[in-house]
Design a protein around this ligand. Structure first.
Ligand SMILES: *[C@@H]1O[C@H](CO)[C@@H](O)[C@H](O)[C@H]1NC(C)=O
Ligand SMILES: *[C@@H]1O[C@H](CO)[C@@H](O)[C@H](O)[C@H]1NC(C)=O
Ligand SMILES: *[C@@H]1O[C@H](CO)[C@@H](O)[C@H](O)[C@H]1NC(C)=O
Length: 288
């Protein structure tokens, strides 16, 4: 038995009803707008001229060396790009403008818990330096370039670090910072934001892993120490064997060594008398 469900498409709303229709009307509206805009402009300029000494207070604006002003006249971008530094003019009532600071801004990326490629959880934080490279674009293309850059920096950090294993995370910070910087810069380019620098501040490992790594390092050091000691013994025994061979070659050498030992004992413990008893005397008894 089968159940068939017939999906009927939802009834389509007639959108055209609510849309201002077509090109001829649009062109008309555009023309009308242009006329109104010109009218408003003329009136505003007249007003400025009439109230001249005082109107300067409202028409002349100043931005600092490090700032730019993006001007909108009746909602449209004014041609010629952002104004500044120094003074610029606006027409009150029909112009609005916003100031953009071009200086480098720094922010902290809060610590991010990241799972590295070899499944270790690490907490990483970073510092990002950026500045506005194009004030016009920063105003028109993004609502809040600072916030957007912050959020994007956090996610880019996670994405880039997620592709690295632990040893790379710890040893290649320089190149990782570089990688984050370039991919962040590409992403923020449409916002007029130039990411100058990214520094990975800290890579924090979980406590247990820290302990394990410390134990591993200690063990490997101990192993090395043992190998070195063993090598020393090997060399020493070889040297001893050579010495023994030399002594065995000539019996007189043994006698000399014997006397030397006696003299050193005599120097150290001068109250003790050592009487050497040559073993050769007992040879006759020992062989029997
Ligand atoms: C800023 O961007 C706009 C639009 O892309 C462009 O026309 C303008 O030349 C740019 N300004 C600078 C200073 O690069
Ligand atoms: C980490 O990755 C690199 C290259 O991707 C590789 O050469 C290295 O052996 C890896 N290390 C570990 C501990 O997996
Ligand atoms: C014996 O040795 C002691 C020190 O160990 C020293 O003071 C003393 O003079 C020595 N005696 C002789 C006879 O060399």
């Amino acid at each position: 038995m089968s159940v068939e469900i017939a999906l009927t498409p939802p009834p389509q709303k007639s959108e055209r009803k609510f849309v201002f229709s077509d090109h001829e009307d649009g062109a008309n509206v555009g023309e009308n707008n242009a006329i109104i805009a010109t009218l408003l402009r003329v009136i505003s300029i007249l007003l400025i001229v009439i109230t001249l000494p005082f109107s300067l207070l409202f028409t002349v604006k100043v931005v600092q060396e490090y700032e730019r002003a993006v001007i909108f006249r009746l909602g449209r971008l004014v041609k010629g790009g952002a104004r500044g530094p120094g003074i610029f003019f606006i027409i009150p009532c029909i112009d609005s403008y916003c100031k953009i600071d071009l200086r480098t801004v720094t922010f902290d990326v809060p610590p991010q818990e990241i799972l590295s490629k070899d499944s270790v959880t690490v907490a990483v934080d970073a510092v990002v330096y950026y500045r506005i490279s194009n004030a016009t674009v920063a105003v028109t293309n993004v609502a809040d370039y600072g916030m957007s850059t912050r959020l994007l920096a956090a996610t880019t950090l996670r994405n880039v670090l997620g592709t690295k294993n632990l040893s790379e995370l710890l040893s290649e910070r320089e190149s990782i910072s570089h990688m984050i910087q370039s991919s962040l810069d590409v992403a923020t380019d449409p916002w007029g934001v130039k990411v100058e620098r990214v520094e990975v501040k800290d890579v924090r490992l979980p406590q247990q892993l820290q302990r394990a790594m410390a134990a591993e390092a200690e063990a490997s050091r101990e192993a090395r120490a043992k190998v070195i000691a063993a090598e020393g013994e090997q060399k020493a025994s070889r040297a001893l064997k050579e010495a023994a061979d030399v002594i065995a070659d000539s019996p007189a050498a043994l006698q000399l060594r014997y006397l030397q030992t006696l003299s050193s004992i005599a120097a150290e413990k001068n109250s003790t008398i050592v009487f050497p008893l040559p073993m050769e005397l007992f040879k006759g008894y020992l062989t029997k």
